[in-house]
Design a protein around this ligand. Structure first.
Ligand code: ADP
Ligand code: MG
Length: 390
C-alpha cells in the first residue's frame, strides 16, 4: 500500500539498506522527531550506526521483514537493488514508498529505457544484447557504443566502451554474457540531473537542476546553479520531463532522473534512481528543504512544500582515493574554509572509488562557491575542478 494518512513524528520509519543515503534519511527523519529502523546485513553500515534500531539480516529474511512490518508506520528504501520482492511483501502489511513496481523498473536498464519511451522521454538509441546472436545482429548504427549490464551496474561498473562488433563480442563475453543494453556513445556537452518528490495525492516538487561532472563513471562534482551551457529553457524542460516520468510511474517518494546534454543542446534521459541521489546532497546545506526531508515527507504523507535554494553550492565527492596509505586528509584545513560543509559517512575502509563522504561549499554567488571549492580541491588533493569541467 502507498502512504495514506499523515504519519506524525514519534512514529517509527523503516529503511531498507544501510549506506550513506540511508544514513542521511535517518538524520532527516530524526530531526523531525521520527524513530528509525534500518535493515542491512552489514554490522558497520553507515545508517545502521545512527538509527534507533539496526536489524542485521538479509533483505529477504522473513523474520527480519516481519519485525519491520510490525514495528514501522511506513517503510522506504535507500537503493534500487534491494529485492523488489522484499518491498512487495512489506507493502501487503504497511505503507511502502516508492512502490515495488517503480523500484523494479529502475533495477533493469532495459525496463528503464522502455519506461522512458512509454512516457515520451527521449533516451539514447539502444538495443538489448542478451545472446551471442544478438551481438551478431545488433544494428551497426549503435556503434561505437557502450555495453552496460542490464542489472546491478553503478558508478560505471558493469560497462565497456566498444568501438566495433569484435569489441562488442569481447565485451559481452567479459561481462559474463548476462543480459546487457548496448547504447550508442553520444557526444556529450554535459550531464544534469533533476530530483523530484511526489506524494500519494500527486503533488510534485523539485530541487534546482544539478550540473554534474563524472570522472571515470563516478560523480565527481555537482554545481547548483548550473553553468551557462545549461540554460533556463533546458532546465525547465528537464524538470518537466522528470515530473512526467514520476507521474507516469505513479511514483510516490523521491526520484532522480539523470540526463545527458548532447552536443547541439538536446536532452536525453540516461537513467533514473528511485531514491535521493548523490547529485542532490548539496540540498542539505543549500536548500531550506533537503532531498532527504522530501523523502521523509513523502513517506509520512506530510505536507509537501517546494524547496527553495538559499545558497549557491558546489559539491565535491570524497572518494577513498583521498586516503593516502590509509591516512585521512587533513580535515582541519578543509574546515577552515568558509561555508565548507563536511559530510563523512562513518566508513572505516577507504578503498579507491568508494564514496567516503562529500563536501558542499555554499556561498552567496556561484563564483564565490566555485572559488572556495577550487581551494578545497587543492587542499584535499582531488583533481583540480578545472579538469573536472569537461
Ligand atoms: P552508472 O549506472 O554506472 O551511473 P551510467 O549509464 O550513468 O551508469 O554511465 C556512467 C557515465 O558514463 C555517465 O554518467 C556518462 O558520463 C557516461 N556514459 C554512459 N552512457 C553514455 C553514452 N551513451 N554516451 C556517452 N557517455 C555515456
Ligand atoms: Mg549514472
Amino acid at each position: 500500500m502507498s502512504p495514506a494518512g499523515f504519519v506524525a513524528p514519534g512514529a517509527m520509519l523503516g529503511v531498507l539498506g544501510g549506506g550513506q543515503l540511508g544514513r542521511m534519511f535517518v538524520h532527516a527523519a530524526q530531526q523531525l522527531g521520527y524513530r528509525t529502523i534500518v535493515l542491512d546485513p552489514d554490522p558497520a553500515s553507515p545508517a545502521g550506526l545512527v538509527a534507533h534500531e539496526h536489524v542485521r539480516a538479509d533483505y529477504l529474511d522473513a523474520a527480519a521483514l516481519d519485525r519491520l512490518a510490525e514495528r514501522c508506520a511506513a517503510i522506504t528504501t535507500e537503493f534500487e537493488n534491494v529485492p523488489a520482492a522484499a518491498l512487495a511483501a512489506l507493502a501487503e502489511r504497511v505503507p511502502v514508498a516508492p512502490g515495488a513496481a517503480a523500484v523494479a523498473v529502475c533495477q533493469d536498464r532495459a525496463d528503464e529505457k522502455a519506461a522512458f519511451v512509454r512516457s515520451g522521454v527521449a533516451c539514447a538509441p539502444h538495443a538489448l544484447v542478451a545472446s551471442r546472436a544478438d551481438v551478431e545482429r545488433v544494428d551497426a548504427a549503435l556503434l561505437p557504443g557502450i555495453l552496460k549490464t542490464a542489472r546491478l551496474g553503478y558508478d560505471g561498473k558493469g560497462q565497456r566502451t566498444v568501438d566495433d562488433r569484435a569489441a562488442l563480442a569481447a565485451a559481452f563475453a567479459a561481462l559474463g554474457e548476462v543480459p546487457c543494453v548496448l547504447e550508442r556513445r553520444l557526444a556529450l556537452a554535459g550531464e544534469i540531473s533533476v530530483v523530484v518528490a511526489r506524494n500519494a495525492q500527486g503533488d510534485v516538487v523539485h530541487l534546482p537542476v544539478h550540473d554534474n561532472v563524472h570522472v571515470g563513471g563516478i560523480l565527481a562534482v555537482t554545481r547548483v546553479p548550473a553553468r551557462a551551457h545549461v540554460g533556463a529553457a533546458m532546465q525547465a524542460e528537464a524538470v518537466a520531463l522528470a515530473e512526467r516520468l514520476a507521474r507516469s510511474l505513479d511514483y510516490v517518494g523521491v526520484l532522480c532522473v539523470e540526463f545527458f546534454v548532447v552536443e547541439g543542446g538536446a536532452l536525453v534521459a540516461n537513467e533514473m534512481a528511485p531514491r535521493p541521489h548523490n547529485s542532490g546532497h548539496h540540498s542539505i546545506d543549500s536548500c531550506d528543504v533537503s532531498q532527504f526531508e522530501l523523502q521523509v515527507r513523502t513517506l509520512a504523507n506530510a505536507p509537501l512544500v517546494a524547496p527553495r535554494q538559499h545558497s549557491a553550492a558546489v559539491m565535491l565527492n570524497l572518494l577513498g582515493d583521498l586516503w593516502r596509505n590509509g591516512v585521512a586528509p587533513d580535515w582541519s584545513r578543509v574546515l577552515a574554509l568558509p561555508a565548507a560543509h563536511l559530510h563523512l559517512y562513518g566508513k572505516d575502509d577507504a578503498r579507491p572509488g568508494r564514496k567516503m563522504g562529500h563536501l558542499t561549499v555554499t556561498a552567496a554567488s556561484a563564483d564565490a562557491a566555485e572559488a572556495t571549492a577550487a581551494e578545497a580541491a587543492r587542499v584535499l588533493g582531488v583533481a583540480p575542478l578545472a579538469t573536472a569541467t569537461r
